[in-house]
Design a protein around this ligand. Structure first.
Ligand SMILES: Cc1cc2nc3c(=O)[nH]c(=O)nc-3n(C[C@H](O)[C@H](O)[C@H](O)COP(=O)(O)O)c2cc1C
Length: 220
């Protein structure tokens, strides 16, 4: 235990002393994000792949947030998987705008990354490919849980899981209401805690039409 926490502290301090500047960051913010995720893994933070996704209920104009796992970055787009009938799924599907907000927070490293972008569904084939890579318990769970709907008791879940286990055996198909989304980032902000509250904030803005990135520093 002592060895692990000493190691974590050493790594943490190494990153905390790193400055973030327009020159030191990667010109591609997705690469910079990947670097920070790798450093979060190296420094053994809890849940380095967790990100907070915020959606808005279009009719009520009420925002809501929840944690999901980043399950891959493909062609600079961030991917996660969920139930399309969940609260987030319904809000994404019914929204007139495809705008979305994502946040990564690494408390131990005093780092935060804000991402704003647009969201769209992954293809059925891509969702199948990811679903098929999951352990059987997770596959059955996707059928058993009508995510975000009211249930009478926990027993309902246990009974549904058993029912689908009997129904499918070893070959569990992807539920049609379960799959992936990908987020195409438009803006990023990397925040690094620094001494005396003089934190570093580096912002990337996508410049159309050539999709290059403009980088600037903003005040903490
Ligand atoms: C660390 C962590 C990772 C999670 N990963 C996912 C995920 O990848 N997909 C998902 O649907 N829910 C995930 N959840 C659960 C969500 O936070 C949330 O409870 C669920 O998706 C229902 O949200 P909604 O009612 O807003 O749709 C995760 C929760 C935590 C704490």
């Amino acid at each position: 235990m002592g060895i692990v926490s000493n190691y974590v502290n050493e790594v943490r301090h190494e990153f905390l002393s790193q400055e973030l500047s327009k020159k030191s960051v990667d010109p591609n913010p997705v690469k910079q994000l990947e670097k920070w995720i790798e450093e979060a893994v190296d420094s053994q933070v809890l849940e380095p792949n967790a990100m907070i996704v915020s959606t808005v209920d279009d009719k009520l104009q009420i925002p809501s947030s929840r944690v999901v796992y980043l399950r891959g970055i493909e062609n600079n787009n961030l991917r996660f998987y969920t139930n399309y009938h969940s609260r987030k799924g319904a809000e994404i599907e019914e929204a007139t705008s495809s705008n979305i907000s994502v946040l990564f927070f690494y408390a131990e490293l005093e780092r935060q990354v804000r991402v704003e972008g647009t969201i769209s569904r992954l293809s059925e084939e891509e969702s199948d490919a990811y679903f098929n890579s999951r352990p059987i318990e997770s596959k059955l769970g996707a059928w058993a849980s009508e995510q975000s709907q009211e249930i009478e008791s926990r027993q309902v879940l246990i009974d549904r899981l058993e029912m689908y286990k009997q129904k499918f055996g070893d070959e569990v198909p992807r539920p049609p209401h379960w799959g992936g989304y990908e987020i195409k980032p438009g803006n990023f902000e990397f925040w690094q805690g620094r001494p005396a509250r003089l934190h570093d904030r580096i912002v990337y803005t996508k410049v159309e039409p050539d999709n290059s990135w403009e980088i600037k520093r903003i005040a903490p």
